[in-house]
Design a protein. Structure first.
Length: 330
């Protein structure tokens, strides 16, 4: 019985799941490697698709086998193979961080069969674990696309954070296009928003007799998320609690996960930032970090972690939020 609940009746081999997890984390590390390229090229206005990566000093094209994420840096002992210029540890650091955060989110979503999504949709399967067998026997296109969308949004937030670390500006098209593009995408394909308006809010917004449909509610959830995220972000920014791109970051999270996510993610964000601050003070490295101007970068990284935690625990946080609104509206 317990077995059935966790595994959903699928016979599953641990080896399959381990191989699948390894594949996902490797993919995420490669994505991190691509983010390094993006961050280097976007502020320079270079093409992000064409042209091979080369050493910034000797201009020698980086060989394929040296370009392996994380491991490549260790093989080269942190130096260019041709001119021995040191390669900053930031490169494997970004790849490792991306692998851990994006890999964890993707693994949780795919192997659980979307158990983290809010209830009331056809993705959540009520099983905490479905494994690779469930994924292969009953492939769910919506689950794959939603997972891809979440990974994409987290990757965008990491890119903004790294550009902020370099103290460069994110070109307007690199934050406005993802933000509005995501809103249009959810407007056109409402099934990309797993959150619906609660029955109480439906009654409040759509008058009796006016038919509402899925399109309206999904688009509305995301539009409200964008506006609420932006406003909360601006408020936090005016208090000095976010970096330059805090409002854009929260607006992106709001568009992706709906307006109710903004409150939860903001709370998580503040908690994580405070914990990091306390740890830095404890280790007395806070002063150095702030002097180097890394604070806005660290704050955006905190937002990435808060969003990742929210996505993995979405269903449970949402259920809590709904019971809270029911209590307040009573
Ligand atoms: Zn070189």
């Amino acid at each position: 019985m317990v077995w059935e609940f966790f595994y959903g009746g699928y016979s599953d081999s641990t080896l399959d799941n381990l191989i699948f997890t390894f594949f996902i984390f490797t993919f995420a590390a490669n994505l991190g490697s691509f983010l390094n390229v993006l961050v280097y090229r976007i502020p320079l206005g270079k093409s992000v698709v064409f042209g091979s990566s080369c050493c910034p000093r000797c201009k020698q094209i980086i060989r394929f086998h040296d370009n392996v994420p994380i491991l490549g840096w260790f093989f080269l002992q942190g130096r260019c193979r041709d001119c021995f210029v040191p390669i900053p540890i930031r490169y494997p650091g970004v790849e490792g961080f991306t692998a851990i955060v994006l890999g964890s989110v993707a693994t949780c979503e795919l192997l659980s069969g979307g158990a983290n999504f809010p209830l009331g949709n056809n993705i959540a399967t009520h099983f905490l674990w479905r494994g690779t067998d469930g994924l292969m026997l009953q492939p769910n296109v919506r689950l794959f696309l939603l997972c891809g969308l979440h990974v994409w949004c987290l990757a965008i937030l990491i890119t903004w954070a790294l550009i902020e670390w370099d103290r460069k500006q994110v070109p307007i098209c690199w934050w406005a296009v993802p933000l509005l593009g995501l809103l249009c995408l959810i407007g056109c394909f409402p099934w990309l928003q797993p959150l619906e308006l609660g029955p109480n809010l439906k009654k409040m917004i759509f008058a009796e007799g006016i038919s509402w449909n899925y399109w309206k509610t999904s688009g509305l959830v995301s539009l409200c998320g964008l506006v609420v995220g932006w406003c909360v972000g601006l408020t936090l920014k005016s208090l000095g609690k976010t970096g330059t791109y805090g409002p854009q970051g929260l607006a992106l999270v709001g568009t992706l996960c709906g307006w109710s996510a903004v409150g939860s993610v903001s709370c998580l964000w503040v908690i994580i930032a405070s914990m990091r601050h306390a740890l830095a003070r404890f280790l007395s490295i806070g002063e150095i970090r702030i002097r180097n101007g890394a604070l806005p970068f660290l704050l955006l990284i905190d937002l990435v972690i808060a969003t990742a935690i929210f996505i993995v625990c979405w269903q449970w946080i949402d259920r809590y939020f709904e019971s809270m609104t029911r209590f307040l509206l009573r």
